[in-house]
Ligand binder design. Structure first.
Ligand SMILES: [Ca+2]
Ligand SMILES: [Ca+2]
Ligand SMILES: [Ca+2]
Length: 300
């Protein structure tokens, strides 16, 4: 009797655990598109605006993917826009390029995070109109509008309206085209370039061959833009936790946002075991019990 009861309890627990795991898997599947460790945000394939052409032109963005190891983050972009940008003598610096890539860990919308200077940013296009001097990872970032000086859209509502009126489907990758995360209306309200920031790390460019070895495969989602741009950076340049990342063309002729999260990196400073031991011995010698308990909590 006893043993049957035990077995039945065990069985009940197993089912409960299985259900919990199943629920977690289900949640993951809807929250992110994961493949070979890459988290993909696939954009509309017909919302890039290239003059009168809607979809498939020079400004079509197809997707962004992000992967991480314990200390490195990898970014890959699939698009028709080259890293040199689209030559245009009327545009600032003679080309319409990629704006900068923003990361927002604050849980607030883009403008609120921007107002408090809590954004992170990556300048990856050396020829764009970024307000920071060199490519790399920046913290305490504020963002500016450069659509005005790159023959671009004044606001997102204008972009969405133009795309839809020509039979395209506007999309912001993991966000709906009209998601209130970004301001939709107003004059020159698309903030797509770093205005100011503090440099905290470099980026290293990756060839398509290296990205392939890392398991990247945009083609499985029919994302077949002519350009695949990739780079990596040390995760110690950014916080861990959930983020929304996004980038626009300098004219806002296409844009993508991706939802993801970084795990705590091994490169983040952790206290040296010897130091902890020394501190604990020191503190107990002084008899500061409460302080010791506090430090113990911090360690665990
Ligand atoms: Ca697109
Ligand atoms: Ca430009
Ligand atoms: Ca888009």
């Amino acid at each position: 009797m006893k043993s049957i009861a035990k077995n039945s309890i065990h069985w009940t627990y197993s089912v409960a655990i299985f259900c919990a795991l199943f629920a977690i898997q289900q949640q993951k599947a809807t929250a992110a598109t994961l493949s070979n460790g890459w988290n993909y945000a696939i954009d509309s394939f017909n919302d890039g605006v290239t003059g009168p052409q809607i979809g498939g032109g020079e400004f079509e963005f197809y997707g962004i993917a992000i992967k991480e190891t314990s200390d490195t983050a990898f970014i890959a972009i699939n698009s028709n826009l080259s890293l040199a940008g689209y030559a245009d003598p009327l545009a600032q610096r003679g080309n319409i390029n990629y704006g900068d890539l923003f990361f927002n860990f604050s849980g607030q919308n883009f403008n609120t995070a921007n107002a408090s200077g809590s954004l992170f940013g990556i300048r990856f296009a050396a020829g764009n109109d970024s307000g920071v001097a060199t490519t790399g990872v920046y913290r305490d970032v504020t963002a500016k509008n450069v659509t005005q000086t790159n023959s671009g859209f004044s606001n997102l509502n204008q972009f969405n309206t133009v795309v839809a009126s020509q039979g395209g489907t506007p999309s912001m990758g993991d966000l709906a085209a009209t998601d209130p995360y970004f301001q939709q209306t107003g004059n020159s309200t698309i903030l797509n370039s770093i205005a100011t920031g503090t440099k905290v790390g470099e980026i290293n460019f990756l060839t398509p061959a290296t990205l392939s070895v890392l398991g990247l495969n945009f083609a499985q989602f029919n994302a077949v833009g002519s350009q695949t741009i990739g780079f990596s950076f040390n995760k110690s340049s950014m916080p861990s936790g959930n983020y929304i990342a996004n980038f626009f063309a300098e004219c806002a002729n296409d844009a993508i946002a991706i939802k993801g999260s970084f795990e705590k990196g091994s490169a983040e400073p952790v206290p040296e075991p010897a130091t902890i031991f020394g501190t604990l011995v020191g503190l107990s010698f002084l008899g500061i019990g409460a302080a010791t308990r506090k430090i113990k909590r911090k360690i665990s």
